[in-house]
Ligand binder design. Structure first.
Ligand code: IMP
Length: 446
C-alpha cells in the first residue's frame, strides 16, 4: 500500500498527467484536490490523446475510483461537457465521485474573472478566465455555493437570492455589464444538478475507507508550486494550494496517511500568464524551445513562455513540498541543443548580491538575474531510450546536475509523449526516500 502525492514543481504544465498515468496503473483511487477547469492535463494512452481539465486522468483506466475532492471549484457545465466528450470516445466515467462540499463556479464568477482581469490593465494576472479566483473568493467569504446546494432547490434559490443582486451591483456600477437573473441561473443549474447528482458523495469518507482497506491512493495535483496561493509568485498565482500540503486539506485526509511526494519538473521551464520568470528566453532561443516542445496551453491555447531550468526555484519546490524524488519530463526537447543552461543562483541586479535560494521579499524578485552553468548538449535522439544506460553520456550528466543542484533523486525521466517513452531510474514509490547528504540550510544570500 502506498499513498502518493504527485505535485507540479514549477509553474504548472510540467507533464504531471503523464506521471500520474504511469503511477495510476497501481492505484485504486485517484484524487484531484484543488483547482478547477483551469487545468489542462494531456495523456497519450492506447494510441489516443486525451485532454482533461477537471476529471482525474486516472479515468483512462477502467475500475479506478476517480475523485474530485472538496478543495476543487467545479464548473458543472464544463464538467458535463468533459463527461460527454469522454463518453463519445468510449471512456466510462461511472467510477467518478464528486465531493458534496466542493464549490461551484457560477456564471457570475466567469463574468467577474474576465471583468477583473480587464480592469487590472497592465497588472493583469493572465488568468485562464475559468472563474477560478472569484469562486475561491466567495468560498473564503463564506458566500459560496457548494455541490450539495445544487441538489436542494430551496437552498440554491436562497443563496442565489443573496448573491446575484450583490454581483449585479458590481456588473452595473463597476463594470457596465448586463445584470444576471436569479431564475435563469436557478433553472440552468438545477438541470446540471440532475445530471451530476449520481456522482455526488462524501469523498473524504470514501478515501478514509480506502485507506482502511489498504488501497493505493494517488493524489493528482493541478497547476504547480510556484502558482500556489501562499507559496507561489503572488499575486501572479492561482487561487488554490497546488503544493503537497494542499493535497491533505483539499482531499480531506490527514498528513499521516501520505507515504510519498513526487515532484514533476520539465527539463527546462515554462510559464503561462504573467509574473516573474527569471530564466525566460525571449526571441529565437525561446521560440525554439516553444516549437520543439509544442508549448501551447491546453486550456487556453496561449503560447507558453519558455526558459532554462531554474535550480533556485527547483530547490524551493523541494523545500515547500518535501519532495522525495523528481520526475524530469520532456528531456527529449533538449536533444538538439549544442549547449544547455541551468540557473544555479540569482544575482540581484541592483545590489549585486548572490542568492542561492528564493529571496524572501517577493517584490525583489523582478530584479533577479540568473547565474548560469552551461553544459554541452548530447545532440542525439533520446526518445527510444528505455533505461538510464541508453541515454547519451551528456544527458546523464545533465540529470546528475539537476540532482546535485536540487539534492533530490531523479526517479523518472520522460523522453516523449507516449507511455513507453519513459525511463524509470528508480522505483518512485518504493525506492529510497530522499536523504539529505548534508544538513539542510536555506541561505537568503551568500
Ligand atoms: P487562474 O487559475 O485561471 O486564476 O489563473 C492564474 C494563473 O495561473 C495564470 O497565470 C494562469 O495562466 C495560471 N494557470 C492556471 N492554471 C494553470 C495550469 O493548469 N497550467 C499552467 N498555468 C496555469
Amino acid at each position: 500500500m502506498a499513498n502518493v502525492i504527485v505535485v507540479g514543481a514549477q509553474f504548472g504544465d510540467e507533464g504531471k498527467a503523464k506521471v500520474t498515468d504511469l503511477l495510476a496503473r497501481n492505484a485504486d483511487v485517484v484524487v484531484r484536490y484543488q483547482g478547477g477547469c483551469n487545468a489542462g492535463h494531456t495523456v497519450v494512452a492506447n494510441g489516443q490523446t486525451y485532454k482533461f481539465h477537471l476529471i482525474p486522468s486516472g479515468i483512462v483506466y477502467e475500475k479506478k475510483t476517480c475523485i474530485l475532492g472538496p478543495g476543487l471549484v467545479i464548473d458543472p457545465k464544463a464538467l458535463l461537457e468533459e463527461l460527454d466528450a469522454l463518453k463519445e470516445r468510449g471512456l466510462d466515467a461511472s467510477n467518478l465521485k464528486i465531493s458534496a462540499t466542493a464549490h461551484v463556479t457560477m456564471p457570475y464568477h466567469l463574468t467577474l474573472d474576465a471583468a477583473e482581469e480587464e480592469s487590472r490593465g497592465e497588472n493583469k494576472i493572465g488568468t485562464t478566465k475559468r472563474g477560478i479566483g472569484p469562486t475561491y473568493a466567495d468560498k473564503c467569504a463564506r458566500s459560496g455555493i457548494r455541490i450539495e446546494d445544487l441538489l436542494n432547490e430551496e437552498v440554491l434559490k436562497e443563496k442565489l437570492d443573496f448573491m446575484v443582486p450583490r454581483k449585479n451591483v458590481l456588473f452595473d456600477r463597476l463594470y457596465n455589464l448586463d445584470e444576471m437573473d436569479v431564475n435563469e441561473i436557478l433553472k440552468e443549474y438545477l438541470g446540471y444538478a440532475q445530471r451530476i447528482k449520481k456522482y455526488v458523495c462524501d469523498t473524504s469518507a470514501l478515501i478514509f475507507e480506502a485507506v482502511g482497506e489498504k488501497k493505493n491512493i494517488l493524489f493528482e495535483g493541478a497547476q504547480g508550486t510556484l502558482l500556489d496561493l501562499d507559496h507561489g509568485t503572488y499575486p501572479y498565482v492561482t487561487s488554490s494550494s497546488p503544493s503537497a500540503g494542499g493535497a491533505c486539506v483539499g482531499a480531506g485526509v490527514g498528513p499521516t496517511i501520505i507515504d510519498r511526494v513526487i515532484g514533476v519538473s520539465k527539463a527546462y521551464m515554462t510559464r503561462v500568464g504573467e509574473g516573474p520568470f527569471p530564466t525566460e528566453l525571449v526571441g529565437a532561443a525561446g521560440d525554439r524551445l516553444r516549437e520543439t516542445g509544442a508549448e501551447v496551453g491546453v486550456t487556453t491555447g496561449r503560447p507558453r513562455r519558455c526558459g532554462w531550468f531554474d535550480a533556485v526555484l527547483g530547490r524551493y519546490s523541494v523545500r515547500i513540498n518535501g519532495l522525495d524524488c523528481l520526475a524530469l519530463t520532456k528531456l527529449d526537447v533538449l536533444d538538439d541543443f549544442d549547449e544547455i543552461k541551468i540557473c544555479t543562483e540569482y544575482k540581484d541586479s541592483v545590489t549585486g548580491k548572490i542568492y542561492k535560494d528564493l529571496p524572501s521579499i517577493g517584490s525583489t524578485f523582478q530584479q533577479m538575474t540568473p547565474v548560469y552553468k552551461t553544459v554541452k548538449g548530447w545532440k542525439k535522439p533520446t526518445t527510444n531510450c528505455k533505461s538510464l544506460k541508453d541515454l547519451p553520456k551528456e544527458a546523464r550528466e545533465y540529470i546528475e546536475l539537476v540532482e546535485e543542484q536540487l539534492e533530490v533523486q531523479v526517479a523518472i525521466v520522460s523522453v516523449g509523449p507516449n507511455r513507453d517513452h519513459t525511463v524509470v531510474i528508480e522505483d518512485p514509490i518504493h525506492g529510497p526516500k530522499r536523504v539529505l547528504t548534508k544538513p539542510a540550510t536555506v541561505s537568503s544570500s551568500s
